[in-house]
Design a protein around this ligand. Sequence first.
Ligand code: B12
Ligand code: SF4
Length: 467
Amino acid sequence: MKSKVLFINPNFQGKIKAISQITVGPPLGLAYLAAVLENDNFNVRILDANALGLSSKEIISYVNDFSPDIIGLSAMTPTINQVHFLAERIKKILPNIKILIGGVHASTMPEDTLKRFSNFDVVVLHEGEKIISELCTKIINNKKLDKIPGIVFRKGKSIKKNEFRHFIENLDEIPFPARHLLPMKKYKSVVSDKFTTMIAMRGCYALCNYCSVPFFSGNKIRRRSPQNIIEEMSECFYKYGIRHFSFLDDTFTTDKKWVHDFCDFINASKLYGNVSWMCLTRVDNIDEKLLIKMKMTGCIKIEFGIESGSQKLLDFSKKGLKKDQVRKAFRLVKKVGIPTLGFLILNMPLETEESIKESKKFVLELDPTFLQVSFATPYPGTDLEAYAKKNSLWMEKDWNKYIFLKNITMENKSISRKRLIKLKNDLERAFYLRPKYMFRLIKYSIKYKAYNSIIRSAWNGLKEILK
Ligand code: B12
Ligand code: SF4
């Protein structure tokens, strides 16, 4: 009989409702791992409790029915407590089961995770694809785990960290995510409910001080080949009727030649004219020729970090950008006619009322199609956390609160918390409640036939802003 492995994506969606956050995407990381295990002859399932809206009770009942040998869970900082609570409940009904924990939080603080959370047995560091089969096989056959690079585990009463496993160089070697194990009809984005997310590359060369990516995925970008991506997109198109793809990569356009090739491949395939896509990138990685080509091949949104309207704060964040580069990029994208989402961060250390005013003025000048304002959050392992510690800034201890869209998790020396929330709301109101903006929202929802989701998204956002 095949060994049974169950991956669970817990139900966290309720925690992140806000404007532009009504997207429900697949747990790609778990789907990659499931694909590897299926190839190696395991009986694998993924329970996407988030997309299915399942309660803990329903998850436990599913676990009981399937009765797996191993469970795999994934967590970010704000979900680690909730994920451990689930592990605890699972161990109550299946005390001998082994529970693996992966994802950014556990990778950043593996020993701490095992010390604090007694129901996790093994932490899988960074990427799991080259680890998972060997690990599951050894666990099932009761073999020692000492020789598997890239894990941290309990050995008797102590915790053992094995040697580092290098990042996967050739991403084309990894099988496509096992979407057939996911409730594909449950995923939706603002523009389409025939939607999936994709990953084209891993790692980032930049060193923004608030970001976990360079540490977590390495500070060198590793790209899949455009052919490999088009193959996955085609599988999604033909097998699941997917019409909209959202690339989760942080800097999609860093290698312009690669993007030109990617667009050429779309052009030459049946996807051309039948799908749309969106991506995230840096303002210093685009040019007009590239944008025109991206638009022609279905790019309907580009997301950019604006971060701040104060050059001093931009410099502090180590983003490596000048305000004029940001201006130029937004002008260019507007000229080409691709909608944008701009990310703004408030409450970086050194933030003052004056710099928030600068940010407000700057976003009104840039006028992105959508805006997402967050509070700087000192995620574990980031330089921002190190700065806050060094400068004895108060930091929130409750990780449940590390949700950057709504919570203040770091002290500001010159602005009170109450005042910060008010300034954030004022800024969002100034941006969203412009007649010009309302008109644009209507135009956008008509163009992308996204009335329901835009209205829902706008309503969620309005509720937040008017609180
Ligand atoms: C997609 C995404 C989301 C999605 C969904 C994530 C999901 N569960 O599927 C959504 C939009 C919901 C989301 C929300 C948030 N996100 Co987010 N997100 C991402 C993003 C862009 C991509 C993640 C991804 O799919 N990667 C691709 C897959 C292949 O990799 P993976 O999921 O990491 O999985 C691999 C490994 O981690 C490992 N692994 C993972 N899980 C497991 C489990 C087991 C058992 C094993 C063995 C291995 C393993 O193996 C996988 C395959 O290699 C990352 C940035 C990034 N580049 O990683 C940020 C990122 C993970 N998010 C981040 C943040 C901050 C958030 C929010 C907190 C933001 C907010 N609103 O406040 C919220 C969380 C709110 C909440 N839930 O409470 C931070 C995490 C920081 C931290 N320490 O927690 C990141 C790193 C962004 C950043 N620049 O810092 N996010
Ligand atoms: S914020 Fe974006 S550009 Fe900066 S390090 Fe993170 S992924 Fe790279």
